[in-house]
Design a protein around this ligand. Structure first.
Ligand code: ACO
Length: 340
């Protein structure tokens, strides 16, 4: 486990700008009824999802990431040339090699700064934000671009109703920079982050083939072993338990109580998971920024997309206390407390 908290006085990292991007094409539950044996009623009741977005054939993950990044930079009032680092959380990069982040870097016309990917699935954005926080708060980086992007519709087995109804495409980004004037815990910025993984659960959610363990073969492709496989019920149980415990951890590290939280910006995998998390943390559901109904599970893009929506529609205001929490393949999970 890694937990990071600030002692004061110390510089603090601040979210300076947010951006989001979703592809135009909408895939409804009705569309999926024509593909697999499922129903709009089952999907809505079991997951809370009505529709999701699907990237066009011309789009790659870095295109979506770049679109979100440009909006975040614009809101932050920072030009790409001022960035010190680019971190991309993704498991659906343009190519196995090189990183999605270097394609974003090229798209933004930046050179000579580190740009790298984090493969922590749905927790990828929180992992990236935590790393950015360490660099910025210590003065080793000034402005860091953190992106969560997934083009999961390309990684689906469209014959598998247990996965293909869940996931969607999208990207979200934040620009993180220093708040040198942070004097105490009421100042804006990242108050705490905590990260966890449990590799004993690695097989519960994976893409079995296409790596060094099981190189891709014709048989592997026929058996869809290059697509997402998930033991959903097992993940569900782990998700509720770990999202709650890491949230409590992050709240304790930040020195705040769940009752003080203004908004929960959680990874959106399943509305029932979030309802159970809300109940256990004793935070009402109307404090959750939700978009699962429209976007499904966008993995690492989920938190920054929801954050961007909340900021742009005016629900999230400067000074609001945010709890972020996510769990995904690995299993990898984490939480953060941020005074926006
Ligand atoms: N339509 C209709 N029926 C379905 C569908 C579907 N799309 N999918 C499954 N079913 C059936 C199953 O076959 C099963 O039928 P059976 O009882 O005859 O065997 C029945 O519905 C119940 O299946 P469960 O798996 O028990 O359904 P559950 O209520 O658990 O919902 C779900 C499944 C939505 C996958 C849920 O378990 C879940 O959300 N899990 C967590 C997902 C998650 O958090 N993933 C991590 C993040 S993703 C990442 O890291 C990339």
């Amino acid at each position: 486990m890694i937990t990071m908290t600030r002692s004061f006085p110390a510089p603090r990292s601040l979210l300076l700008g947010t951006g989001g991007y979703v592809p135009e094409q909408v895939v409804t539950n009705g569309d999926l009824e024509r593909l697999v044996e499922t129903s709009d009623a089952w999907i809505q009741e079991r997951t809370g999802i009505r529709e999701r977005r699907k990237a066009s054939d011309q789009e790659a993950a870095s295109d979506m990431a770049t679109a979100a990044a440009r909006k975040a930079l614009e809101m932050a009032g920072i030009s790409a040339s001022e960035l010190s680092m680019i971190i991309v959380g993704t498991i659906s990069a343009d190519q196995p090699l090189p990183a999605c982040a270097v394609h974003v870097q090229r798209n933004l016309g930046v050179t000579s700064i580190p740009a790298f990917d984090i493969a922590a699935a749905c927790a990828g954005f929180l992992y990236g934000m935590s790393i950015a926080d360490q660099f910025v708060a210590r003065g080793q980086a000034k402005y860091v671009l953190v992106i969560g992007v997934e083009l999961l519709t390309r990684l689906m087995n469209w014959n598998d109703r247990t996965t293909c109804v869940l996931f969607g495409d999208g990207a979200g980004a934040v620009v993180i920079g220093p708040n040198a004037e942070a004097k105490d815990r009421t100042a804006r910025g990242i108050l705490s982050t905590c990260l966890f993984s449990d590799g004993s659960q690695a097989d519960a959610l994976c893409i079995p083939a296409g790596g060094s363990r099981e190189p891709l073969t014709t048989e592997g492709i026929e058996q869809r072993r290059n697509k997402v496989h998930m033991e959903g019920r097992e993940i569900f149980k782990n998700a509720v338990r770990n999202l709650v415990s890491s949230s409590i951890n992050a709240l304790e590290q930040a020195g705040v109580s769940a009752g003080e939280i203004t908004w929960v910006v959680a990874h959106q995998a399943n509305l029932r998971i979030l309802a159970q998390v809300a109940q256990r943390l004793e935070v009402p559901m109307d404090k959750f920024i939700l978009n699962i109904e429209r976007y499904g599970n966008t993995s690492s893009a989920s938190i920054p997309l929801a954050l961007d929506e909340g900021v742009r529609d005016g629900r999230i205001k400067p000074g609001d206390l945010l709890l972020m929490t996510a769990l995904g393949a690995g299993l990898s999970w984490g939480s953060a407390v941020v005074r926006y």
